[in-house]
Design a protein around this ligand. Structure first.
Ligand SMILES: [Cu+2]
Length: 490
């Protein structure tokens, strides 16, 4: 460290001190500002998100103090790096290569600092989030955790060794005028060792993983309970079969505001067909009157409107007139009629028997499971790709529009046991684990694992059947940025 201060006159030069003071002031303002505005830096950064929907408690920053400290530390580090870079560039321009040693020494120390800080943060991450990962609350989860831990330990050892060698050597062998480099180009024995060992280890890991995956996803035992899990932007609903133990038919063609899951309920589908006919007829009428009635009446409205008094209404009327004049409105009406006619044809093509199976199904806003009882989730999505994720149950499956998926597992820890161990506020949830749009982060459904079948049946008895009115959140109007989001793995 002494070397830096000997060669780098940052702290002794008047200019250096001026710069240092200036940077300190900027740093002070940057960190004081959020506090002065009524929050810590981390609250300030997440304020926009918090404003929309309150983040679930399990995402709460209980380690806020540490996060702030880490942010301050990272900020100071960044500023120091900038100071050094500034000073180095000054040297380079002034002395043009005569003292290139300074840059080497500074870089060597920065690399060492990076190694120590990086490994420190890695350890911190394990200490803070490690315990939440260790918990397993399903049968197959034990095997999954075992595989994960073995992979983690093996790759962890390799990670520490390679990082220490990489950054440690960079520091230890920093430029030294009196040292001569050894020319060492190739060693076959080393090449074979560091190719063969990873190849064998990875093969063993992959083979075990493949066997485990085949076991996790094998066909369920006959008679395993099936629960439909339906994903939409931005929420979930579940459907339970009634006394007949059969989930009734569905089709995306039946989806409407009153029938969000598109269930094969005859009355719903019929009223939808009536509505489609009414819409098509309405479009025909609008097309017929577009240039003879609608356009002249809009133009008459415009002359009566005062741009100063009603600027919004004036602009809207003007826009509507333009849309008719340039043919947009006509095109839209034709396209809508075509879409609705197609939907009618698709519905007619379905050989729907409207068996009464669907009538005793129950659509619920919570999922109740029974401890030690296998269950198959049948997944469906309405809009974009979602992913159903239950962390401690080690359950995750993509939920894809038009492509049914499923996952069978057995929960082994009930909610009451989980609460007794982790606190009364702890719950199980199924989260969405694919970035599916603006409110993706809050897309979850509570999962209750009951201790006995009787408890679950008591809850189920209180749920409404589908042929009764069901209250479901209205479809969220997707904005341009979210409607076409391609779901990302995360
Ligand atoms: Cu989602």
């Amino acid at each position: 460290m002494r070397n830096i201060f000997k060669n780098n006159s940052l702290l002794s030069k008047p200019n250096g001190i001026k710069l240092f003071t200036f940077v300190l002031i900027i740093l002070g303002i940057a960190f004081a500002a959020p506090f002065m505005l009524g929050g810590s830096p981390i609250e300030f950064l997440t304020a926009g998100v918090d404003g929309v929907v309150e983040a679930p408690s399990e995402f709460g920053l209980s380690t806020k103090g540490w996060v702030n400290l880490a942010l301050v530390f990272a900020g100071v580090l960044l500023i120091l790096i900038l100071i050094y870079l500034f000073d180095i560039s000054k040297y380079a321009s002034k002395q043009s290569g005569s003292d290139e040693n300074t840059a080497n020494v500074v870089n060597a120390w920065l690399l060492l600092i990076f190694l120590i800080v990086g490994l420190g943060l890695t350890v911190w991450e394990f200490v803070v989030h490690g315990p939440t990962y260790v918990a397993v609350t399903s049968l197959h989860g034990v095997e999954e955790r075992s595989m994960f831990m073995i992979t983690l330990v093996l790759t962890g050892i390799v990670f520490v060794i390679t990082q220490v060698l990489l950054f440690g050597y960079s520091f230890y062998y920093r430029f030294n005028k009196n040292r001569k480099a050894l020319y060492y180009a190739h060693n076959n024995k080393l090449e074979v060792i560091w190719t063969a060992i990873p190849a064998v280890v990875l093969t063993l890991l992959v083979l075990r993983g493949f066997a485990a995956f085949s076991d996790f996803t094998k066909a369920p035992e006959p008679g395993t309970e099936q629960i439909e899990v339906f994903a939409y932007q931005f929420g979930w609903s579940a459907r339970y079969a009634g006394e007949d133990k059969v989930l009734g038919d569905h089709s995306f063609n039946y989806i409407s505001g009153a029938n969000p899951l598109g269930l094969a309920v005859e009355s719903q589908v019929n009223s939808m067909l009536v509505e489609l006919d009414a819409n098509i007829e309405e479009n025909g009428r609008a097309l017929r009157d577009l240039y003879t009635v609608t356009l002249p009446s809009l133009k008459a409205d415009l002359t009566k409107l005062d741009m100063e008094v009603n600027p919004k209404e004036y602009a809207m009327t003007l826009k509507a007139i333009e849309a008719i004049n340039n043919g947009d409105t006509e095109d839209e009406l034709h396209a809508d009629t075509k879409r609705k006619t197609k939907q009618k044809q698709r519905i007619a093509a379905i050989d729907e028997d409207y068996s009464k199976e669907v009538n005793d199904d129950m659509v619920t806003g919570e999922i109740h499971l029974v401890k030690n009882q296998a269950v198959t989730f049948k997944f469906r999505a309405r809009d974009v790709i979602h992913s159903a994720y239950m962390p401690t149950q080690r359950m995750q499956m993509n939920v894809v529009p038009g492509m049914p998926t499923e996952f069978t597992f057995t929960p082994t820890v009930s909610t009451s046991e989980w609460k007794a161990e982790n606190g009364e506020t702890e719950e199980f949830y199924m989260y969405c684990n694919k970035i599916c749009g603006a409110a993706h982060f809050n897309m979850k459904i509570k999962v209750v694992v009951d201790d006995t079948p009787a408890e679950r049946d008591a809850w189920l008895a209180g749920q409404a059947k589908v042929n009764m009115p069901v209250v479901i959140e209205p479809m969220v109007e997707a904005t341009d940025s979210t409607s076409n989001v391609v779901a990302l793995n995360n």
